[in-house]
Design a protein around this ligand. Structure first.
Ligand SMILES: Cc1cc2nc3c(=O)[nH]c(=O)nc-3n(C[C@H](O)[C@H](O)[C@H](O)COP(=O)(O)OP(=O)(O)OC[C@H]3O[C@@H](n4cnc5c(N)ncnc54)[C@H](O)[C@@H]3O)c2cc1C
Length: 471
C-alpha cells in the first residue's frame, strides 16, 4: 500500500478544516505522538491534528482518503502493544479537544461522551450522581482508546469489559461517512452489531467521535480480604475454586511475591512479600457480603493459603486497590532507562493455573526476571519483564519466551491478548488464533477502508510501507 506524504497543499487543506492552533507539524508535538508506553520503537507522524467535532473528523478523513494519507487516532497514548504508534507517518488525530461529557441520563444509567474524556475524569463527575463506568484499566486512558482496545480491568470479572458497557457509537468511516451504530435500548436484535465490530478494532475500521455508555450504581457495601499462598499455582487454583463455587466477586487479582517486592519499594506500610490474592465482594446486603467472604475463605484454605486476612477497612481497601491499579506504573518506574513488556494473554478459567505456572517457568528457563500481576478472575495473565531491547541476547530470550507463552495460551483455547489489543506486537499470532477467520477480517477491512489509511500496520499481519521512523 503506497501512501502519500503530506505536502504543502495538504497542510493548507487541513488548515481550512481545523483552526491553526489545532494543527501542528512541530517537532515536539510529532515526538509526543510517536510512541506508546512500552518497548515499541517510535514512528514520527507528519502532522498532529486536534479535531473539535464529528464534522471536522469527517472532513479530515475524506481528504486523507482521497490523498491516501495514513490517519492514526490517539487517546492518551497509554497502549502497551504499539496500538497508537503512527507506523506509516501521516496524520495523528488527537482527541484531547473532544473530551466533553455531553449528557448524563441517570434515570437510564447512561452517559453520552466524546472520545477524549478520560475514564477517571468521567467517573469523578458521575460519582455525584451515584454512578460509575466499571471498566478501569491501570492507566488514565480515554474512553476512545478504551473502546478501540476493548480495555478492561479489575472490575471486569463482575461488570464485563468495555465492549459489554457500550450501547451506541457515532463513528466516522475512512471515506468520511458518519454512522451511528447501536441504540440507547439496553438490548437489541437489530441487524449486524456494528458497534461491537468497531469496539476492539484499534482505530483500523472507523474513528469513534461519540459514545453512549452503560453505567452502574456505586455499591454501598463491600467485603474484602487478602490471602497469601506459597505458589502462584495455588493462588490460581483458589481463584478457580471461588468462581466454580458460584460466588460473584467484584475483583480477584493475583500479585506474586516478586511483584510485591516492587510494590513495597513505594509503600509506607509494606505488605508481606508473598504471592497475594486480593478478593472483594460488593453489594448492599452486609450479611450476604460476609457470607460470600466466608465461603471464599473456605476455598482459599482448601487450596492451602498461608494466611487469610479479612475485615479490611475502607481506607485500607482503597489503598490496596490503588496499589494494584498503580502496579503497572510502579513496574515501569522501577526500571528507568529499560524497556518494559507487560505480556497479556487469557485462557478459560479452568486452565488459568496451567497458564500462570507455565508462563513463569518459561520466563525462568529463558533467564528473564519476571513478575505476575493477573486479573485472575478473568483468566487474564500479565507477566511483566524489563530489559534492554537493543541487547541482542535479551531481545532473543524475550522474543522466544513471549512466543512460547502466547502459543501455549492459544493452545489452551485462550487468546493472545485479554485486554491490551493486537497493535504491532501481537500481529504475528493472529493467524494462529483466528485461522480461516483472518480472511473474513481482511474482507471487512478492505470493505470499510479500501485504501488502508486507518491506523495502518496494526491488527492485521500485513506489512505496510513505513515512512516515519525516528532516526
Ligand atoms: C501502566 C499501565 C497499565 C495498564 N493497565 C491496563 C489494564 O489494566 N487494562 C487494560 O485494558 N489496559 C491497560 N493498559 C493499556 C491502556 O491503558 C489501554 O489499552 C487503554 O485503553 C488505552 O487508552 P488510551 O486512551 O491511552 O488510547 P491510545 O493508547 O492513545 O490508543 C489506543 C488505541 O485506540 C485508538 N483510538 C484512540 N482513540 C480513538 C478513537 N476516538 N476512535 C478510534 N480509535 C481510537 C488508537 O489508534 C489505538 O489503536 C495499561 C497501560 C499502562 C501504561
Amino acid at each position: 500500500m503506497a501512501f502519500h506524504r503530506l505536502d504543502e497543499n495538504d497542510m493548507r487543506a487541513l488548515e481550512s478544516i481545523v483552526s491553526p492552533e489545532r494543527i501542528s507539524a512541530g517537532e515536539s508535538n510529532l515526538h509526543l505522538h510517536s510512541m506508546d508506553q512500552t518497548h515499541h520503537k517510535g514512528y514520527l507522524p507528519e502532522a498532529v491534528l486536534w479535531p473539535g467535532s464529528t464534522d471536522e473528523v469527517s472532513a479530515i478523513l475524506r481528504l486523507a482518503n482521497q490523498r491516501r494519507i495514513p490517519v492514526t487516532p490517539w487517546g492518551a497514548g497509554t497502549s502497551l502493544e504499539g496500538n497508537c504508534c503512527p507506523v506509516a507517518g501521516g496524520i495523528v488525530l488527537d482527541f484531547q479537544e473532544m473530551s466533553r461529557i455531553l449528557a448524563i441520563r441517570a434515570e437510564d444509567f447512561q452517559v453520552d461522551v466524546e472520545p477524549g474524556v478520560t475514564y477517571k475524569d468521567m467517573n469523578r463527575t458521575l460519582a455525584r450522581s451515584g454512578l460509575f463506568f466499571p471498566p478501569d484499566p491501570g492507566a488514565n486512558a480515554t474512553i476512545g482508546g478504551m473502546i478501540a482496545n476493548n480495555a478492561s480491568g479489575i472490575r471486569t470479572i463482575k461488570y464485563g469489559a468495555t465492549r459489554d458497557n457500550v450501547l451506541r457509537l457515532t463513528a466516522v468511516l475512512a471515506d468520511g461517512r458518519i454512522i451511528r451504530a447501536g441504540s440507547r435500548s439496553p438490548k437489541s436484535s437489530s441487524g449486524y452489531d456494528l458497534a461491537r465490530l468497531i469496539i476492539g478494532s484499534e482505530g483500523t475500521l472507523a474513528v469513534v467521535t461519540e459514545a453512549t455508555l452503560r453505567l452502574r450504581g456505586i455499591p454501598e457495601g463491600f467485603s474484602a480480604a487478602v490471602a497469601t499462598f506459597d505458589s502462584v499455582r495455588r493462588a490460581a487454583e483458589a481463584v478457580y475454586g471461588i468462581m466454580a463455587y458460584g460466588l460473584t466477586p467484584s475483583a480477584l487479582e493475583i500479585l506474586d511475591d516478586r511483584a510485591l517486592r516492587y510494590i513495597n519499594r513505594e509503600r509506607e506500610d509494606p505488605l508481606p512479600e508473598k504471592t497475594t490474592l486480593l478478593i472483594e465482594f460488593t453489594g448492599n446486603n452486609e450479611a450476604g457480603l460476609a457470607e460470600d467472604l466466608g465461603r471464599a475463605r473456605e476455598v482459599c484454605e482448601e487450596n492451602g493459603c498461608e494466611s487469610f486476612r479479612q475485615g479490611v477497612g475502607r481506607d485500607e481497601r482503597n489503598r490496596l486497590w490503588e496499589t494494584r491499579h498503580r502496579f503497572g506504573e510502579c513496574f515501569i518506574r522501577s526500571h528507568p532507562g529499560l524497556d518494559v513488556l507487560i505480556m497479556d494473554a487469557a485462557v478459560p478459567l479452568s486452565r488459568f493455573p496451567d497458564l500462570v505456572e507455565r508462563a513463569v517457568d518459561i520466563a525462568d528457563e529463558h533467564g528473564l526476571e519476571s513478575c505476575v500481576s493477573a486479573h485472575a478472575g478473568d483468566g487474564n495473565l500479565h507477566l511483566n519483564v524489563a530489559g534492554d531491547m537493543s541487547d541482542p541476547a535479551f531481545f532473543h530470550s524475550l522474543t522466544r519466551a513471549y512466543d512460547e507463552i502466547v502459543t501455549f495460551a492459544v493452545s489452551l483455547g485462550g487468546t493472545a491478548t485479554g485486554e491490551h489489543g493486537i497493535g504491532i506486537g501481537k500481529r504475528k499470532f493472529m493467524q494462529l488464533e483466528h485461522g480461516e477467520g483472518m480472511e473474513v477480517m481482511r474482507g471487512i477491512k478492505r470493505h470499510l477502508d479500501p485504501n488502508g489509511i486507518l491506523n495502518p500496520g496494526k491488527v492485521l499481519p500485513e506489512e505496510v510501507e513505513g515512512s516515519g521512523d525516528i532516526p
